[in-house]
Design a binder for this molecule. Structure first.
Ligand SMILES: [Mg+2]
Length: 129
């Protein structure tokens, strides 16, 4: 199973171009999904640029340092043989901007973020774990 996951507001608080505080449960749930055999694709608007610096690389480093092994970054390497679409194929997309995504607003956070307790259970039901 391919899980595409956003970064700002989903894994960390919205502090772009900086990296915000960790969203409660995000890393733990992503690790659980990996353990259950899912692969994680980072699907983010971040890009390394002259204007903001290496903000995509910083997000990738953050995830790797926290034990998340990325299968792809803004791409699903498995889809090249059947589509040239720039949208990475995913079985699931987790994004704070997705309609219907459960959100929480922890104290001190700039904006609401993904409610991983709720999302984790929804994904578990799909993964069968
Ligand atoms: Mg977001």
């Amino acid at each position: 199973m391919y899980i595409c996951v956003d970064f700002d507001g989903t894994i960390v608080d919205h502090c772009f171009p900086d990296i915000g505080a960790p969203v409660p449960g995000a890393i733990d749930w992503l690790k659980r999904f990996q353990k259950a055999g899912a692969v994680i694709i980072l699907f983010t608007m971040r890009s390394d640029s002259r204007k903001y610096g290496n903000v995509l690389s910083a997000a990738v480093d953050y995830l790797e340092k926290n034990g998340i092994k990325l299968f792809g970054v803004n791409e699903n390497p498995d889809q090249a043989e059947w589509t040239s679409s720039p949208k990475p194929y995913g079985d699931l997309y987790i994004d704070d901007a997705a309609i219907g995504c459960p959100l929480i607003h922890p104290e001190g956070f700039y904006r609401p973020c993904v409610d991983w307790e709720a999302v984790g259970k929804m994904v578990n039901a799909k993964l069968g774990i």
